[in-house]
Write a protein that binds this ligand. Structure first.
Ligand code: KG4
Ligand code: ZN
Length: 331
């Protein structure tokens, strides 16, 4: 068994974790910048990079301390090389490369979304073929995996990611950033009373910008007509339409690809209604892994978990490995 020190800095969480190559948890430290970005209503890339610089050494030190290990006990250094904010990615990359170079350890460059999927291996054995519904602030994808090393994006959003749609709808409802958790909470208090359109998209793809615009137009119309807006009901109505799209497309994929398992991944996998619907619907067809809440949003443990797959394939990076702001999971 070998120890992996993993670093994640792709967006607004500065994180370091230690995991061994048998998926045993050693430590996980995440510092979130949400309180700072809240003031601006969203992530400001320049501010995020500066915060990563301040936090990166602190989280690395703390992860080692919590695991009761020193750099001598670490066998591999893993980090997120993309996708994400380029300035933020660079901080994690520089930290990982410095550690790898100074301590002469192999370096592993990990795709952020592979991390969101493989953190689930800490919950339960992944069984292939599987479908992963990857839903985050920047991504909405249905990924088919025939084995642990192959990724096929069979469905994706044609415009906004689901988390982005949640955050934008939250903003027009004057809710604080990040909006997803706020809509989730509010929707529990409301009813599905507002009629919103379901976009018609063929196959496994989906689209959320029409739905988001319909919400904005509805709010404007109610304001113009001096009619009362029941925020709870609108949050509930938006969520029901948005999630039904994801659930229906995933069921279509589960059936057609005849998979053994479906795995939820990414920040939106926190959503209580999505978890409820997934448990009700997906389990009619196959096994389901619902990650615990701490594993859904960005963390470094997920990067360590996905690094194990790269080690198995002897897929190591060198110091010239670039950070990449946008790169599909299957490249
Ligand atoms: O995976 P993540 O932490 O970062 C990215 O890689 O994007 O996902 C963040 C996204 C945000 O858009 C946030 O609003 C959304 O996940 N989110 C939620 C919930 N918790 C976080 N969306 C809906 N319901 C939630 N409970
Ligand atoms: Zn993420």
């Amino acid at each position: 068994m070998k120890n992996i020190l993993a670093i994640e800095t792709s967006c607004d969480e500065t994180a370091c974790a230690i995991i061994d190559t048998d998926y045993n948890f050693k430590s996980s430290v995440v510092t979130s910048q949400i309180d700072i970005h809240k003031r601006f209503g969203g992530v400001i890339p320049e501010v995020a990079s500066r915060m990563h610089i301040e936090q990166i050494s602190v989280v690395i030190k703390e992860a080692l301390l919590k695991a009761g290990l020193t750099m001598k006990d670490i066998d591999y250094i893993a980090y997120t090389y993309g996708p994400g904010l380029i300035g933020s990615l660079h901080i994690g990359s520089i930290a990982a490369k410095t550690l790898a170079f100074f301590h002469q350890k192999p370096l592993i460059a990990v795709h952020h979304l592979k991390g969101h999927i493989f953190i689930n291996q800490l919950v339960k054995n992944l069984e292939f073929p599987l479908i992963s519904l990857v839903v985050s602030g920047g991504h909405s994808e249905i990924v088919y995996m025939k084995d642990a090393y192959s990724y096929e994006i069979i469905g994706t959003t044609l415009d906004d990611a689901i988390g982005e749609a949640y955050d934008k709808v939250a903003r027009v409802l004057n809710l604080p950033y990040p909006g997803g958790p706020q809509i989730d909470k509010l929707a529990k208090l409301g009813k599905n009373t507002y009629k919103l359109p379901t976009p018609k998209v063929d196959g496994y793809n989906f689209s959320f910008s029409g739905l988001k615009n319909a919400v904005i137009q509805l709010i404007n119309k109610l304001e113009r007509n001096n009619e009362e807006l029941i925020k709870e009901d609108l949050a509930c109505s938006f969520q029901e339409v948005a999630l039904k799209i994801l659930i229906d497309k995933t069921i279509l994929a589960i059936k057609n690809y005849n998979v053994k398992q479906v795995v939820l991944a990414g920040g939106v996998a926190c959503n209580s209604r999505l978890r409820e619907l997934a448990s009700q619907e997906f389990t009619k067809y196959c096994d389901l892994i619902l990650p615990p809440l701490a594993y859904t949003t960005d963390n470094a443990l997920m990067i360590g978990a996905a690094a194990i797959k790269e080690i198995e394939k002897n897929n190591f990076a060198d110091l010239s490995q670039p950070s990449v702001p946008s790169i599909p999971i299957n490249e």
